[in-house]
Design a protein around this ligand. Structure first.
Ligand code: ZN
Length: 55
């Protein structure tokens, strides 16, 4: 379910698809709006996302 959500998430402001900025070296999973409105990062230790609104 988490993986599915990763790929369908859109920016809450402009509805653009989030761009994958995941860091393969650190295994961080980061998705962000291509226009810089919104970013979210999955924290495996917390088993949840940290959402960042950049507006
Ligand atoms: Zn946006």
């Amino acid at each position: 379910m988490i993986l599915k959500n990763l790929f369908i998430e859109k920016c809450p402001k402009c509805k653009d698809m989030l761009v994958n900025k995941s860091n393969t070296l650190t295994a961080q999973v980061i998705k962000s709006c291509p226009k810089g409105h919104y970013e979210k990062e999955f924290h495996p230790a917390l088993e949840s996302y940290v959402e960042i609104y950049l507006t």
